[in-house]
Design a protein around this ligand. Structure first.
Ligand code: BGC
Length: 417
């Protein structure tokens, strides 16, 4: 029989979103341009519609309040704030200040992500993070934002999933600018690590009270054939290449394989460890496969809550800072297994005192990058045509967990867990 459990007192719960995926009404980004290319986005949609959150943010904050959301990880759109190189928009930054003030008025604490996959078109055209002045260009934007938000925001995530950005855009060629170039991918990773390190220092110099970190996508890579030596070695290589080396470089400034070897930047560049966790993968030879030994979501991703616990333990032992689960959620259009997903993943971290934040991905169905409007990750269902928002059963479940800070036996019965 399924038994309930309590969450520890220091764990705050909320939701995460990204500007490009929810705001709508913006064409000046690499993602808008990419979405116009035939076949690039699964359903042919563009981020121009999305959730119209830029217009409807007051309504969305009221909904968050209704759902007892305590913490919110939100993005800001670089292209809106700096629409032309070196020219900043007072109107855009004021919009975000108003939004953050309203969140705070509703007692919702904010963690701001500075870069979440999306670049202004002018930056993309220059070569984005391959361009020679990428780091100062990014830092100029960071400086403008931090100075504008000083006293209002005290938690920042500099870069979201540098590992996914670099691999999807420069190795697998499925995201803009659709390159398949291993060397370019390594260069982008290295540049993003340096952007984080320099941004960390810059933010601290402007406002030393801020907590700063980044969020990387962490997966569990398990050998497909558990005793097969090739699969075992390849799993380790995936783990190193996709997440470990880059995370080490960003957090400590120590660059090792596959980035050469350098301790030139050695230091401490995280105040919390941001982990985006979704699934367990299987490795067979050199191939990366979805895990078919466990249940999976609408996109075929293997669901493994125990891997979340394992990854938290591992990275906490390594970095010795609080862990924020900056994203965790599932694609479930029919809302058939999201309640169980939430139950199992919260249970997996319920005894880990150092896990201080859990941001569910995501608040409302959104524009899911190359999946377009077809993938549904929301606690709230969205009708893209009418923009009507409707809290899903799992949304009510999550709201109740936040209120009670536990999952009771009655809740287990009510939500058929
Ligand atoms: C990204 C989100 C995305 C989610 C689900 C994460 O890798 O940070 O932007 O929507 O995964 O695919």
């Amino acid at each position: 029989m399924t038994k309930g459990f309590k969450l520890h007192d220091d764990l705050k719960l909320g939701v995460a979103t990204a500007a490009t995926q929810i705001e709508g009404d913006e064409q000046n980004t690499n993602w808008y341009e990419f979405s116009l290319g035939k076949g690039n986005v699964k359903d042919g949609s563009t981020p121009f519609r999305a959730n119209k959150h830029y217009q409807l943010y007051k309504e969305d904050i009221a909904l968050m309040k209704k759902m007892n959301i305590e913490i919110y990880r939100m993005g800001i759109e670089w292209a809106r704030i700096e629409p032309e190189e070196g020219k900043f928009s007072k109107e855009a930054i004021t919009h975000y200040i108003d939004e953050i003030k309203l969140l705070k008025k509703n007692n919702i604490e904010v963690l701001v992500t500075l870069h979440h996959f999306s670049n202004p078109l002018w930056f993309e055209k220059k070569g984005a993070f391959l361009s020679k002045d990428a780091i100062p260009t990014f830092l100029r934007f960071v400086e403008y934002v931090i100075t504008s938000f000083k006293g209002l925001v005290n938690e920042y995530c500099t870069i979201n999933e540098a590992n996914v950005y670099a691999t999807s855009s420069y190795l697998f060629g499925v995201w803009p600018p659709m390159k398949k170039d291993f060397k370019a991918m390594l260069k982008v990773m290295k540049t993003l690590a340096l952007c984080h390190i320099e941004a960390y220092k810059l933010i601290k110099s402007i406002d030393p009270t801020c907590k700063v970190g980044f969020a990387n996508h962490m997966a569990k890579f398990a050998p497909k054939r558990e005793k097969n030596i090739i699969d075992k070695i390849a799993s380790k290589l995936y783990d190193t290449g996709f997440q470990n080396s880059l995370t080490r470089a960003m957090a400590t400034g120590v660059f090792k394989f596959p980035f050469g070897s350098s301790k030139k930047y050695k230091g401490n560049y995280i105040d919390f460890f941001g982990m985006n966790y979704y699934s367990r993968k299987r490795i067979k030879g050199v191939s990366l496969l979805e895990d078919d030994t466990v249940s999976h979501n609408d996109l075929g991703w293997g669901i493994s809550p125990e891997s979340l616990n394992e990854l938290c333990e591992r990275f906490h032992n390594e970095y010795k800072v609080d862990i924020y689960i900056t994203e965790n959620g599932t694609c479930d259009a029919k809302d058939e297994f999201r309640c169980k997903f939430i139950f199992d993943h919260l249970k997996a971290i319920s005894t880990l005192q150092y896990v201080k934040r859990y941001y569910h991905w995501t608040f409302i169905d959104n524009w899911e990058w190359a999946e377009g409007e077809s993938a549904r990750f929301g606690l709230v269902a969205l009708d893209f045509e009418t923009q009507e928002r409707k809290i899903r059963k799992s949304g009510y479940f999550y709201s109740k967990i936040i209120k009670e800070k536990e999952i009771t036996d009655e809740m287990i019965e009510e939500y058929s867990l």
